[in-house]
Design a protein around this ligand. Structure first.
Ligand code: ZN
Length: 76
């Protein structure tokens, strides 16, 4: 997994800080591993209950200068 902490903003070259994207639609759910943003791909297979299995989690960094946000897929 590539570290996202030493990245520079592609726009203004300022340092990027790790952030968490909060999914407001899940605020009422009990805090669990599921509350971490995850992603799927077109090749993602469905489980036997029809649920999509996450390919990994999404991490994010934001530029301390201009506020640009970069998202990264962390394959699990
Ligand atoms: Zn920037």
């Amino acid at each position: 997994m590539t570290s996202t902490t030493e990245r520079k903003c592609p726009d203004c070259n300022a340092s990027m800080v790790p952030i968490s994207i909060i999914d407001r639609s899940r605020l009422n759910e009990i805090q669990s591993a599921d509350s971490v943003l995850s992603y799927t791909t077109p090749d993602t297979r469905r489980g036997w209950l029809g649920d999509l299995k996450a390919e990994g989690t999404v991490s994010a960094v934001a530029c301390s200068q201009c506020g640009r946000i970069l998202l990264f897929a962390n394959k699990s």
